[in-house]
Design a protein around this ligand. Structure first.
Ligand SMILES: [Zn+2]
Ligand SMILES: [Zn+2]
Length: 252
């Protein structure tokens, strides 16, 4: 049965949490009168633009970190790789509050140390949170929606290829710009670009087919993960029950 995200209030906890912080910072900056409206708007835009950088660095260098220790592997799995295994599950899709809170607090501290003013740092932070909310929306739509708008379809396809083609490419979710800058960009396959150039009716049909294929690919990927994990669990159980017997045989 299709899950309705709007009925699951827990998925919106980060929105309430960061939304409340943004309201508080806006209120404090407004009443402190230590920053002009123009400066505030410029800083909010800068904060918004800085989100792409934060998103790219977290995704590429933390969430896909090639950990060697067991603890490191568990951390990376919990933070992100479980989302690669089950891309459509909501509880594995959105960023964890346990990650976003320290990251955003660190961002605020760095912003304060650079700008020397809580009001200015707060405005930068507001822009960052707006960028983060946009990211969560775009990430959700990539796995659960069938957008009609060209840019949304492009970003959806771009992110799904990070999942199902090569996970060491296309780290950007809100934009491919940093992938281009840091050498992890790869263009979309020609077929998804071609659908834009057909006549409107054919284009609509092609879009529907493409969305269904994308959904099917995700479902197959999740099913493959489940089968692999079940097979591994059975093999582990079999070896643990058979091992004492064989050990007994070898001793007689
Ligand atoms: Zn994803
Ligand atoms: Zn990833």
């Amino acid at each position: 049965m299709k899950k309705d995200i709007t009925r699951d209030w827990k998925q919106f906890i980060p929105v309430y949490f960061f939304g409340s912080i943004v309201v508080f910072i806006s209120w404090a900056a407004w009443f402190s009168q230590s920053i002009s409206l123009l400066d505030a708007v410029v800083l909010i835009i800068c904060g918004f633009l800085s989100w792409s950088f934060v998103e790219y660095c977290l995704h590429r260098f933390i969430f896909h970190y090639d950990a060697k220790s067991e603890l490191g592997k568990k951390f990376v799995y919990y933070q992100h790789l479980q989302h690669h295994e089950y891309p459509r599950q909501l509880d594995r899709l959105f960023a964890k509050l346990s990650t976003s809170t320290p990251v955003s607090a660190l961002y605020l501290l760095v912003a304060y140390s650079l700008l020397g003013s809580w009001a200015s740092a707060g405005c930068l932070y507001i822009g960052l949170v707006i960028g983060y909310f946009l990211y969560e929306f775009l990430h959700y739509q990539a796995h659960h929606m069938s957008p009609k708008l060209g840019i949304l379809r492009y970003l959806k396809k771009y992110h799904l290829l990070h999942h199902h083609s090569r996970s060491n490419l296309r780290y950007g979710v809100t934009s491919p710009l940093l992938d281009i800058l840091f050498g992890t960009y790869a263009p979309l396959p020609v077929k998804s670009v071609l659908t834009n150039k057909l006549n409107p009716v054919a284009s609509k049909v092609a879009r529907k087919v493409e969305n269904q294929v994308d959904r099917l690919v995700e479902q197959v990927s999740e099913s493959t993960t489940r089968v692999t994990k079940a097979t591994e669990a059975i093999a582990e159980k079999a070896s643990s029950t058979l091992l004492p017997k064989s050990a007994k045989t070898s001793s007689t």
